[in-house]
Design a protein around this ligand. Structure first.
Ligand code: 13P
Length: 243
């Protein structure tokens, strides 16, 4: 049986108090048959969680330690306390911009799951790696080194060169990557690896969502820019519900 689809929005460094109305619009229109979440800036998590009880609000990063002298960081239990139900770990903007290693990403996933947060663990190759024919090898190695001992809720395949660019891999390339990732998840977790939701991320829009959701082993999407408004995000959610 196919996994229930998950469409998660990643708001990155966007949103202030006046965005709550948009979050309410999105939460109010979610159709049956699909899981939807919004991963917000930390400053909005508690307000959003109060505004849309029952709707999944998440964070975008978490520290690998449960507490300590880590200025500016957030622990998993603090995100949970603020009302988050899930968190993204290992986004390429953290791996590249903040030099996060696979080992740190793994520690973050472990710490999040210990605090009862669902995890979306991100992996993805650079354009040079894809051009060199090393996309599957690179992303598989990243996955192996980043995965926690217990299966996370979701893994997001986000080719770095597709993020915010309007470019996406061919559907064949998405299918090839997701099938390879599924193989590794099953090798590591057995049956539990079948249930890990494999999300595609990178320039997902209302115009391309349906065809992406039609690819085997695509169990949803991690959406950046198009998750910021109900007008763009809801058609993607509906495409997932109908797929
Ligand atoms: P875009 O959808 O804006 O390309 O961003 C993708 C992403 O990075 C989601 O985490």
């Amino acid at each position: 049986m196919a996994n229930r689809k998950l469409v998660a929005g990643n708001w990155k460094m966007h949103g202030t108090a006046d965005s709550i109305a948009e979050i309410v619009r999105i939460a109010a229109a979610v159709p049956a048959g699909v899981d939807v979440a919004l991963c917000l800036p930390a400053t909005l998590i508690e307000r959003a969680a109060r505004a849309v009880p029952g709707f999944a609000i998440g964070g975008q990063d978490v520290h690998g330690e449960a507490k300590g002298a880590f200025t500016g960081d957030l622990a998993a239990h603090q995100l949970h306390d603020a009302g988050a139900r899930l968190v993204i770990v290992g986004h390429s903007e953290r791996r590249d911009g903040h030099r996060e290693s696979d080992g740190q990403v793994r520690a973050k996933a472990i710490s999040a799951m210990a605090a009862a947060l669902d995890v979306i663990l991100c992996v993805g190759e650079s354009f040079a790696e894809r051009e060199a024919g090393r996309a599957v090898a690179t992303v598989s190695a990243q996955l192996d080194a980043s995965l926690p001992p217990a299966a996370p809720d979701a893994v997001a395949y986000e080719p770095i060169w597709a993020i915010g660019t309007g470019r996406i891999p061919s559907l064949e390339d998405i299918g090839e990557m997701h099938s390879a990732l599924r193989g590794r998840l099953v090798a590591l977790y057995g049956e539990a690896g079948v249930a890990v939701r494999l999300l595609y991320g990178g320039s997902v829009k209302p115009s391309n969502a349906a065809e992406i959701f039609g690819v085997a082993d695509v169990d949803g999407a991690l959406v950046g820019g198009a998750s910021l408004t109900a007008a763009d995000f809801l058609p993607i959610v509906v495409a997932a519900a109908n797929s």
